[in-house]
Design a protein around this ligand. Structure first.
Ligand code: WTA
Length: 683
């Protein structure tokens, strides 16, 4: 919890902490009929012949990883110089590296190498906020735009190795910017354009960025957001930034779109003057491709660092095999480039594979609940990749908005970001897919670079709500939370770890390698700790049960309770705050905050609203809890050693106080009935 009194250090996740949400029945599979429902793939795949072929390839990837990944690296990547060493390092040492000695440029892999064979193929389809507002770029055109931008950036002094911040809406220029950075060897740090000025400032400072790329305004769901204004606000406290490159999405001028002469330049002006070809920087396999901030259990968001060759191989492999990629596909990932899904499956995976990738600026509900299906029909989308939160929101409208459109082009339906309940899975399968598509429930993380557990379309029989089986090179294990002992066999539940390094994993936390080690490598020594709980069922299929740490997943947005608490405590009225996640029908989880006020402040609805706005200011609108989920209390349940008992707070928030058990060992047991009363009074 965050507190203004005293100094508390947040403990790291400890193996001795009890895992949450553990099933209380004898077998974790009891009472879950979906675990026995195998759906055979409705089509066959182009890239893997059969489940047996997957198994053979999988076995090779586990028993001879170097042989396997050497072959894949040679097959998939266009090298400037081929690698000498396939893999290096271990989890225990935290010094993982892949393809050492190799040299490449990722933008060349995404663009130049396709020019001869598919220069006129559409690389990007952009569907703007208004239906039918479309821009398309062939590989040749995309290459030219990226080259112009990279040349302009180089002219403006951007150097290999310097980290460039991107705060961009979902427009083609965002992809130009990412690839231009890759071309120059300048790592990008994309900050989701829904983050507040404070959050943007912290990320710019942490990565020491000198250059920021943004747009005048963002447009989404018929509304505009003043991105440039937010950037300027953030930059008031970023003295190191001396260049802001502004794409004009709306062309709006006036007080909502400030422009600082001498520091700011329009992207179009920069590109107009620049050479149409830009020599790519030769990068080492392990040079940084990008940094992406994500939330953890504790402390401030961390800059997860991905490198060039291993990430590229992972992005290409997973995109190709999970989605059963074919030449004429139109691949539509509906994510935002501000998150890892947008990096790997809007930009790097599809473009390196020479596919047609869609970029979607709008929302599933704008102008109405038929928008996705309208997009599918107009563009002939073959793979649609979205999140359970969107599926749940669309389900409410029934089948009619889907049936208005011809969605027969769809072959694969993907989901990512949180566990998908069987109800939503079945709706996706039956109503959207007409039982003709493979549902690929892809489990992975910012840190993993790409898919870890997933069905392969056309290959893996699926079950509603299961992420099914491991991807090539992924060796999952379920461990006992308390002891870290590996639990063998099926019908077991515990903490999910990975036992073998894979090329796409993150290599460090920017500027804090110790934190990387503490977060991922030491909890279950010798393994990568995912932070998730999982069940392995009778068929060896994996079911993610959710985070076992203090990470909350709100509509697929990953938030740390510590950062929410820090934002709330920033308000003058607040002494101490404790945030938890509680189940929510549409969002998956919702934030619930307990607040202790300073003397002299009285609880009120107005104050709850102010605290909610403090979260908006500290993080962004998307993280705001409902004001009714902010509860004022006099004390929090802590052990005598001062550890906050979040389990108690969770049970009270969800009305399950009858399951609290013995609380007499708390430092002050009397806080419990008082908290129960405060929560009840809110209802
Ligand atoms: C959760 C998003 C269940 C999980 C790519 C993980 C999932 C966190 C799934 C990572 C899934 C992601 N089923 N849970 N298919 N996919 N998660 O870093 O808790 O934003 O640890 O990466 O989302 O979120 P992140």
């Amino acid at each position: 919890m965050a507190s203004k009194i005293g100094h508390e250090t947040q403990p790291h996740f400890s193996p001795h902490q009890r895992i949450r949400n553990m099933s209380e029945t004898a077998s974790p599979c009891d009472g879950r009929p979906e675990m026995t429902q195998l759906h055979p793939p409705p089509q066959t795949a182009a890239n893997v012949e059969s489940l047996e072929a997957y198994q053979a390839m999988y076995n090779e990837s586990i028993t001879d990883p170097d042989g396997f990944w050497s072959r894949m690296g040679k097959e998939l990547v266009t090298w400037h110089r081929e690698f000498d060493t396939v893999s290096h390092g271990s989890f225990a040492e935290g010094d993982i590296a892949w393809y050492l000695g190799g040299e490449l440029n990722v933008s060349v892999n995404c663009l130049d190498r396709h020019l001869k064979t598919r220069g006129d193929k559409v690389a990007l389809i952009w569907e703007g906020d208004e239906p039918g507002d479309v821009r398309k770029f062939t590989y040749r055109e995309l290459h030219r735009e990226v080259c112009k931008l990279a040349s302009g950036m180089r002219d403006a002094g951007v150097k290999a190795g310097e980290c460039v911040a991107l705060y961009m809406p979902m427009v083609p220029e965002a992809i130009f910017a990412m690839l231009a950075c890759a071309r120059l060897g300048a790592p990008h740090s994309v900050v989701f354009a829904g983050f507040s000025a404070d959050a943007l400032r912290d990320r710019i400072l942490d990565a020491g960025c000198r250059v920021v790329m943004t747009a005048d305004q963002g447009v989404r769901g018929g509304r505009r957001t003043n991105l440039k204004k937010t950037v300027d606000e953030a930059l008031l406290e970023c003295p190191g930034v001396d260049l802001v490159i502004v794409h004009q999405r709306t062309g709006e001028t006036g007080p909502d779109v400030p422009f600082v002469a001498g520091r700011d330049v329009y992207m179009a002006d920069l590109m107009a003057k620049a050479r149409p070809y830009c020599v790519p920087a030769v990068r080492n396999a392990e040079d940084t491709l990008f940094v992406l901030y994500t939330s953890g259990s504790t402390g401030r968001p961390k800059g997860v660092l991905h490198t060039s060759a291993g990430y590229l191989v992972w992005a290409m492999m997973t995109h190709k095999y999970t989605f059963d990629l074919r030449d004429d596909d139109v691949f539509a990932c509906m994510a935002d480039i501000g998150w890892i899904t947008g990096h790997t499956y809007n930009c790097y995976g599809p473009l390196a594979n020479g596919a047609t990738s869609m970029l979607f600026e709008s929302t599933p509900l704008y102008p109405d609940a038929g928008r996705y299906w309208d997009v599918v029909e107009r563009h002939g989308v073959t793979q649609l990749y979205t999140a359970p939160t969107a599926i749940r929101a669309l389900m409410k409208y029934g089948s009619e908005p889907v049936q208005k459109y011809d969605t027969s082009s769809l072959r694969v339906l993907g989901t990512v970001g949180e566990p998908i309940a069987p109800l939503a899975w079945n709706w996706y399968n039956e109503v959207v897919g007409a039982k003709q598509c493979t549902i690929v429930d892809t489990y992975w993380q910012t840190e993993t670079g790409g898919h870890m557990l997933t069905a392969l379309a056309g290959v893996t029989p699926t079950k509603p709500g299961s992420a099914t089986l491991p991807f090539f090179g992924v060796k999952p294990a379920i461990v006992e939370p308390d002891t870290g002992n590996v639990i063998e066999g099926n019908e077991v539940e515990g903490v999910l770890v990975m036992q073998q390094p894979w090329p796409g994993m993150c290599r460090t936390v920017l500027g804090d390698h110790q934190r990387y080690l503490n977060t991922y490598m030491t909890a279950y020594s010798g393994n990568y700790f995912t932070g998730d709980g999982a069940i392995r069922d009778m068929d060896g299929y994996y079911w993610i049960t959710g985070r076992v740490d203090d990470v909350v997943n709100v509509s697929g947005h990953r938030l740390g309770t510590a950062e929410i608490e820090a934002a709330v405590v920033n308000h003058d009225a607040c002494v101490e705050a404790a945030a938890i996640g509680i189940p929510h029908e549409l969002k998956g989880q919702d934030i619930f905050v307990y607040v202790i006020l300073h003397n002299g402040y009285e609880p009120s609805d107005d104050l709850a609203h102010e605290l909610r706005d403090a979260v908006k200011e500290g993080i962004g609108s998307f993280a705001k809890p409902a004001a009714s989920n902010i509860v004022f209390v006099e004390g929090l349940p802590k052990t005598r050693s001062g550890k906050l008992m979040r389990r108690i707070l969770r049970l009270i928030a969800t009305g399950e106080e009858s399951r609290l058990g013995d609380v007499s060992t708390l430092a002050d047991p009397a806080v419990v009935p008082a908290i129960i009363a405060a929560v009840k009074a809110k209802r």
